[in-house]
Design a protein around this ligand. Structure first.
Ligand code: AMP
Ligand code: FE
Ligand code: FE
Ligand code: ZN
Length: 283
């Protein structure tokens, strides 16, 4: 069984529609794929409808979290799986973050305009195509103007990485863990050692999150060097956390391929026997 538990569609900053994502996962030989768009479940229905025969879909999301216990505060991503999408307090938090993302994008557009770069908010909305707005959509506008060549170049400090970086609202990470659990889901800390994002998540915080009911942690991820993967595995063993591996596929917005990293079938079995919010779907 090949299992990839972290992918993005056009419901956030991926470039495959949810249906196309299911086709691509099938073509990549994945038996199980999770759809984990940023702060939304908007892709769930179309992904379900596009599920090829014999393939299984795990419905999830990647929550924008923040830890307020350090100065400066630390942003982090929490994968949530098989939660009830109708859980009011969780959906309210997701909606709040999405609204803030739209406001942030508008402010970044204004900053770019001040510097004579004529991107428009309408254009960014168009690239986001009704999904969660993210910096990769702003990157798209920079690429179209020939200001940068690739999405990752757009994340350099002189662009979205620093010069045109603005904060958005996030979910207190302990609240996020609690809400996912209340909604019957399980939570997994995404790419905790991805230092290219400017920081790594301290082990002491991971221990506190495990204590607070977080279920697992992502070890195998393209942004993790081998030594960090080993470190995460050892930490997970100490803390009783499950370990996942996944691609974090974003279509052409990133170079990683579906199934580049995968999750142990035993961990997947544990996930589906723990979660109660919703079930995996098989086409
Ligand atoms: P946002 O969620 O709007 O803050 O934007 C962060 C998203 O941008 C991440 O989920 C990635 O999809 C993408 N991203 C972040 N850093 C990079 C990078 N260095 N190169 C390419 N994409 C990136
Ligand atoms: Fe993303
Ligand atoms: Fe992430
Ligand atoms: Zn992701």
């Amino acid at each position: 069984m090949r299992i990839d538990l972290h992918t993005h569609s056009t419901a956030s900053d991926g470039t495959d529609s949810p249906g196309a994502l299911m086709e691509a996962a099938d073509a990549a030989g994945l038996d199980v794929v999770a759809i984990t768009d940023h702060d939304t479940t908007a892709g769930w229905e179309a992904a379900s409808a596009g599920l090829p025969p014999g393939r299984t879909l795990v419905r999830g999301a990647e929550l924008s979290g923040r830890w307020y216990g350090a100065e400066p505060t630390v942003g982090l991503h929490l994968l949530a799986y098989l939660f009830d999408p109708g859980h009011g307090p969780l959906t309210a938090e997701l909606a709040r973050v999405r609204r803030s993302r739209e406001q942030r994008a508008d402010k970044i557009v204004a900053l770019l305009n001040t510097d004579g770069i004529d991107v428009t908010t309408a254009e960014i909305r168009e690239y986001a195509a009704g999904g969660t707005v993210g910096r990769p959509h702003l990157a798209q506008a920079l690429i179209r103007r020939g200001l940068v060549a690739t999405v990752s170049e757009a994340f350099a400090p002189e662009w979205l990485g620093h010069r045109y970086r603005l904060p958005k609202a996030d979910i207190d990470v302990f609240t996020a863990v609690r809400l996912v659990n209340e909604a019957g889901g399980v939570s997994v800390l995404a790419h905790p050692r991805a230092s290219s994002r400017g920081h790594i998540v301290p082990d002491t915080l991971i221990a506190e999150l495990a204590e607070a009911g977080m279920w697992g942690i992502e070890a195998d991820h393209m942004d993790h060097p081998p030594a960090d993967r080993a470190h995460v595995r050892a930490l997970a063993r100490d803390l009783g956390l499950q370990v996942t591996g996944s691609s974090d596929y974003h279509g052409v917005n990133k170079t990683v391929r579906l199934g580049a990293s995968t999750t142990d079938p035993l961990v997947y079995q544990e996930m589906i026997s723990t979660a109660t919010g919703t079930v995996p779907l098989t086409g």
